[in-house]
Design a protein around this ligand. Sequence first.
Ligand SMILES: *[C@@H]1O[C@H](CO)[C@@H](O)[C@H](O)[C@H]1NC(C)=O
Ligand SMILES: *[C@@H]1O[C@H](CO)[C@@H](O)[C@H](O)[C@H]1NC(C)=O
Ligand SMILES: *[C@@H]1O[C@H](CO)[C@@H](O)[C@H](O)[C@H]1NC(C)=O
Length: 316
Amino acid sequence: MDSLMKMVAVALLVLWDVAQGNEDPCRYVAVGDSVTISLQRSADCVESSLTWKLNSTDIFRRKQHVRLGKDSDVTSDGSLQLVDLQRHKSGEYKAELYNAGGMICGKATETLCVIERVSKPSVTYTCSKDSVTLTCNGEESDIKWSFNRLSMEGEFKKTVTVPGRPDHNVNYSCTAWDTVSEETSDELTIRCPVLLSMKVNQDVREGGEVSILCNSTPTADQYIFRTPRSKHPVLVNADGEFRLQEVTKDDGGLYTCQPRWTHGLYDDANVTVQLRVLPNEGSGGVTPRVASGTENRLLLLATHCWLLLYLLALTD
Ligand SMILES: *[C@@H]1O[C@H](CO)[C@@H](O)[C@H](O)[C@H]1NC(C)=O
Ligand SMILES: *[C@@H]1O[C@H](CO)[C@@H](O)[C@H](O)[C@H]1NC(C)=O
Ligand SMILES: *[C@@H]1O[C@H](CO)[C@@H](O)[C@H](O)[C@H]1NC(C)=O
């Protein structure tokens, strides 16, 4: 029976140890905080002496009157009052209260971990060709991101990459946090310049055809073209291609392209190219086609033939 009791006692102790090991012993508090560590005392306890220790070094001692520390260090019931805590005040706080009979009638044990309060972070960003990288600047701490004040799922790194171009209606912020505090940056609107390009496939001859391509990031829903010939802007669909057939001299000049978005707000942007219309090669202006290499050679051959015939006629 006796040994059974011992086994149960040992088992309980082991369980107790395991339970203790599993939990974080710290009570986390921020630098600058004030906390009170309660003293548990039995109802009939009459104080003869009270001692508070930090990591087994006495920090407060009272027997009749205060011998170490000062009156204001403890409350009327003997609990420890700590004000304006600093990191070096982390450690295990322990109290022992004795009655006149020299018996313990009150005690306390608590481990304080004093950690720095996070400071307010700030968001910066860099625009690349097809994405934006946001950075949360601040001291090392845990991070979370928000988008119009709603959490961005799964974004806990210092940097986050957003594809394309964020709308100007969208605000980003990041929050730095630790066990005792959290701080959120100011909200930031991303304004990456719109990337716009326009190209003409080649210089064109009168009577020929030409294609002018406009391209933008973020991708536009429509493009507005201003041309030398049309009084009103011309709307071009999402492919951004403006085509001209049977080109005349009057089509030469400046073409401006301006992207339009049906959803989303972006900076105004436009781009301009110059179209040069070359006069037709043939004097009559009948064949608008550019002579290819073979045609040139044929032409040369034909000229040679005439020359040969002419020479033959001379020698006759
Ligand atoms: C108390 O001990 C803990 C753990 O060993 C240590 O981190 C802390 O700095 C000590 N505190 C003081 C005030 O010495
Ligand atoms: C984004 O932030 C700006 C400036 O802080 C504010 O004026 C605007 O209303 C915010 N927009 C949204 C959608 O929250
Ligand atoms: C094109 O952009 C410039 C500034 O970048 C602006 O001054 C001009 O008015 C714009 N043109 C059109 C047609 O929007």
